[in-house]
Design a binder for this molecule. Structure first.
Ligand SMILES: [Zn+2]
Length: 738
């Protein structure tokens, strides 16, 4: 169902290019649907997805022969991939058709009136009473109340069958377990589970503080939270809920507005943004007003939904195969604003790369203030055609990184000036150069002494992907260098309290009593103490994390676990020939060359020597660190001599796992490290010998190949099963083949 969509050839005269275009669109849509629904990690903005779907429908309108049951146009909701028990909905949960502008919305309104006028008891009319609602960007669920008690809750799934999430839904405080007052025997309440924006931001701060990956946007956060395996974990997430319809039980009411009033009386949350609209003028005014208020509702919305209010009228209008005729979603366009481009400056990264970025007049866009945006490189600045002083169009869809689309040329005054890429490093004054001919990026070659690069490298050593040293953030790193407490990262593990006292950043006023007793007016601050403690802890991090910390070009979190596993220790790595390096899984000649170049430099080797002399980087790879007692392959926890807990779990021994992209709850390096820590291999190429493919963000070609080879494919939940319960349990939840 998630695979390439095959369109049967038929002797019908559909031009081959139409068939090819249709098939390409269908496949792209399937992949995006998989990313959106199964991985909770959309790969493109919703507006772009909708555009693809409409292009597909255009082809199908022109060539009806292209419509097959497999076409995405005939399906609603997600493809398979459930990890909660499947449950059939008592009545179908339909999805809605979309309108993208005023004309399309008005065409729907007119169609609706015409549809009703042809009924027996309706005369030709110019208006039909509707309800306007906010289209909440969350996760649709179906709640079933029997005799007033919540007995079942399910996700939408494919509209007919969803996942049983009752236990998790019960943890959402605003959803009553019992309806307040008399209710029909069976009531099916539809609504949206979502995370309010404030709670979303707080959750992300907490996740970041706990060293976990934050969610990309509130919708992913809501979906991820609702589908946690442990209801207690879901309970800790501040999920909320608003009703948006009824399935079974609607016979008891004459209209949707009447039903909403009863739902509210029963104690179910209904949206204050819902309002009756009596005619077209009111309807359009509602949509426009909601659009203006969309960022002040406390939760994300991506449009308005308009529904015919009276149930009798809804029933007369009925549904197409895909969506009801009595409702439509009006999608708001992605948020674009204009602001002034004040300046283009450059940033020097830890490997010397010089990146231009835009400094703008601060502007509110999609709920946050934006004043800077990366411009990537000199060519990109040229391609966008922006001048300093220009009014520029800034775009932000959802929570993605803000992007400058281009200038508003009509607003130029003639005072604008072109950006000139600096020829010398803004930090150290060294002439910039391209490392290799044909490279786009300019670099500062003064890697040893360029302050900007040293600070960035210090920050990188402390980052989560590397040694995860709390207290070694950008301010601390800048202070360490500016006050000459360190020359470079080689000094870090030798730092003492006395050293840190050399920087005001790590000092505080001594308590009075202490000052009187000792005569010392200043003492080490909490910040300083924490940094020393954290540095001590970091000394026993796994070898692969130190590899990342060294800032060897191209040797990032993607390949560090493989290099660490293959080399075992730093001496071996420093001695390794290019051929030996290139044989490591995922390491090609480029990385091999970068490693050799890195170790060829004296001051860099000195960093390694200093770290080792200070007792860092001595932790051995986990599997060989135990006392050899665990040869049976059973999962057991061991403690290494240095005190860090390493596992001797060998449950994935001999099994190679391909992780194709980011997962909602693991960063890719965490996921790869988790596999390696269990004795498995994390590889990047899909082959017949691959044990499992974990489908992350953009599962395109690897995913398709895995299906073609009949390999077991795991989603995020399946991956959790693999790690917790081993390969056999994972095979039971994996999907195989198209
Ligand atoms: Zn420099």
């Amino acid at each position: 169902m998630n695979g390439p969509v095959t369109v049967p050839t038929s002797p019908d005269g559909v031009p081959p290019e139409a068939r090819a275009a249709h098939q390409a669109l269908a496949q792209a849509i399937e992949e995006h649907r998989f990313a959106y629904y199964v991985l909770d990690a959309p790969t493109i903005p919703d507006a772009d997805f909708d555009r693809l779907l409409r292009q597909l429908e255009d082809w199908e309108r022109r060539h009806p022969e292209l419509v097959t049951p497999q076409s995405p146009s005939q399906q609603v909701g997600p493809p398979g991939g459930a990890s909660f028990a499947p449950v059939d909905h008592p009545s179908k949960m339909e999805s809605l058709d979309n309108a993208f502008d005023r004309d399309e919305l008005q065409a729907w309104y007119r169609r609706t009136i015409a549809g009703l006028a042809s009924g027996d008891d309706a005369e030709a009319a110019s208006a039909v009473a509707c309800l306007g609602e906010a289209k909440i960007d969350g996760l649709a669920v179906d709640l079933i109340y029997r005799d007033g008690r919540l007995v079942l809750a399910a996700t939408r799934g494919d509209g007919l069958t969803g996942e049983d999430v009752t236990a998790n839904i019960r943890t959402i405080g605003v959803i009553p377990a019992r309806l307040d007052g008399p209710a029909p025997e069976l009531v099916e309440v539809r609504g949206e589970v979502f995370l309010p924006l404030d709670d979303f931001q707080r959750l992300n701060r907490e996740l970041t503080a706990a060293g976990k990956s934050p969610f990309a946007n509130p919708r992913n956060a809501a979906a991820g939270s609702l589908r946690l395996k442990d209801p207690k974990a879901t309970a800790a997430r501040p999920l909320s809920f608003l009703c948006h319809g009824l399935g079974l039980g609607r016979e008891a009411f004459a209209s949707l507005s009447q039903a909403y009033r009863r739902l509210a009386a029963w104690g179910l949350p209904t949206s204050p943004a819902t309002a009756p609209v009596a005619d077209w003028d009111q309807l359009w005014a509602y949509v426009e007003d909601l659009g203006r208020r969309r960022h002040s509702l406390g939760h994300e919305i991506d449009g308005a939904v308009l529904k015919v209010d009276a149930f009798a009228a809804q029933d007369r209008l009925g549904s197409t195969s895909r969506a009801p005729r009595w409702a439509i979603a009006f999608k708001f366009p992605p948020v674009e604003v204009t602001t002034k481009l004040l300046d283009i400056r450059v940033n020097v990264g830890r490997t010397g790369r010089v990146t231009p970025y835009a400094v703008m007049t601060p502007v509110q866009v999609a709920g946050s203030t934006v004043e800077m945006a990366t411009l990537h490189n000199e060519d990109e600045v040229k391609r966008k055609g922006v001048l300093i002083g220009d009014t520029v169009i800034l775009r932000k869809a959802g929570d993605v990184i803000p992007e400058i689309l281009g200038p508003v040329a009509a607003q130029r005054t003639g005072a604008e000036r072109a950006f000139v890429m600096p020829q010398v490093c803004p930090s150290c004054g060294t002439a910039l150069s391209r490392q290799k001919q044909g490279e786009v990026d300019l670099r500062c070659p003064n890697q040893r002494g360029c302050p900007a690069q040293v600070v960035e490298r210090l920050i990188h050593v402390g980052s989560r992907a590397a040694l995860d040293i709390e207290g070694l953030g950008d301010k601390a790193a800048a202070a360490l260098l500016a006050d000459s407490v360190v020359v470079n990262e080689g000094d870090l593990f030798d730092l003492t309290a006395a050293d840190l006292m050399g920087s005001a950043f790590f000092r505080k006023k001594a308590p009075k009593k202490q000052a009187v007793e000792t005569g010392e007016l200043e003492v080490l601050s909490e910040t300083g103490k924490k940094l020393l403690d954290q540095l001590e802890l970091a000394k026993s991090r796994p070898f692969e994390r130190f590899l990342i910390a060294l800032s060897i070009r191209h040797l990032g979190k993607g390949v560090a676990p493989q290099v660490a596993a293959a080399m075992g220790d730093i001496d071996h790595l420093a001695r390794a020939s290019a051929e030996e390096l290139a044989q490591i899984e995922d390491v090609g000649p480029v990385i091999a060359e970068a490693v050799q170049q890195w170790f060829a430099v004296d001051w860099r080797r000195a960093i390694v020597r200093r770290w080792r002399a200070a007792g860092a980087m001595s932790a051995l790879p986990a599997p060989t660190a135990g006392d050899g007692a665990d040869q049976g392959g059973a999962a057991a926890a061991g403690t290494t001599a240095s005190g860090s807990v390493g596992t001797v779990d060998q449950s994935l021994a001999g099994i190679s796992v391909v992780i194709t992209g980011a997962l909602p709850h693991h960063s890719r390096d965490q996921a790869a490290a988790a596999v390696v820590a269990r004795g498995g291999k994390a590889t990047s190429a899909v082959s017949k010998s691959t044990g499992f493919v974990v489908a992350g963000d953009k599962p395109g070609s690897k995913y398709t190949k895995a299906q073609a080879l009949g390999l077991p494919i795991l989603d995020a939940a399946g991956f959790a099963v693999l790690l917790a319960d081993g390969p056999e349990a994972a095979r039971a939840v994996a999907s195989v083949g198209p």
